[in-house]
Design a protein around this ligand. Sequence first.
Ligand SMILES: Cc1cc2nc3c(=O)[nH]c(=O)nc-3n(C[C@H](O)[C@H](O)[C@H](O)COP(=O)(O)O)c2cc1C
Length: 192
Amino acid sequence: MELLNEIEKRRARRALSSQPLARDCLARLIKAATFAPSCFNNQPWRMIVLEKAAASPEYEAVAAALTPGNAWALAAPVLFVFATGSHLDCRLDDGRDYAYFDLGQAAMALQLQAVHEGLYAHPMAGFAPAKVRTAVHLPPELVPVCVIAVGAPGDAALLNEGQQKAEVSERNRKNVSEVAFMNSYGNGADFL
Ligand SMILES: Cc1cc2nc3c(=O)[nH]c(=O)nc-3n(C[C@H](O)[C@H](O)[C@H](O)COP(=O)(O)O)c2cc1C
C-alpha cells in the first residue's frame, strides 16, 4: 500500500549527525509547522529553536534536562521545544481543549518537512519539564510538551546496543482493526 513518501519514510531515529543545519532549512521547518491547521486558526504552537553549535546557556540547559535515555539527542544540531497552553486555543464548554491537538499537528508538519529535507526529526517527552521551562524562560501558563531533536542521519555505532537494534527495526504498529472502525466503534471493515 503506497502512502505519501514522507509519511512512509518518517521514523523516530536516533543516530544523528552533529552537522549544523542551515538557517534557511530551520526556517522551512518552522514554516511547515506554522502551516498546520488549528481550531479557529488560533495557532497555539510556540516553538523555541536551540542550536547546539551556539552552545548558548539555553541550549546547554535544555540538553541537560533530557533524561539519560535520551542522551543520543545530545548529538542533534538542533533541538526544538514545542510548547502550548490551553488558553491559546479553543476551549469548548463540554471540556474539549484543542491546544495539545493542534500543537501535535504542527509537530507532525515539522517532522514531515524534516523527512523531505533528508533529516531525522525525533520527538521526545523524556525531559524534566521544570528545567526546560526555566531554560527557555517559558511563561508559567505554557507547558513544554515536547522536545524535537532534528539532524542529518549520523553514525549508529555511537548508540547503545538497544538503540542500535531499534535503529534498524521494522515499524511496529497495532493492527488497523484495533484502531479504525466502520460506522460504529468496534465495528471492523474488510478493507481496513
Ligand atoms: C510525544 C512523543 C514522545 C516521545 N518521547 C520519546 C523519548 O523521550 N525518547 C525516545 O527515544 N523516543 C520518544 N518518542 C518516539 C517514539 O518512541 C516513536 O515515535 C514510536 O516508538 C514509534 O516509532 P516511529 O516514530 O519510528 O514510527 C516519542 C514520540 C512521541 C510522539
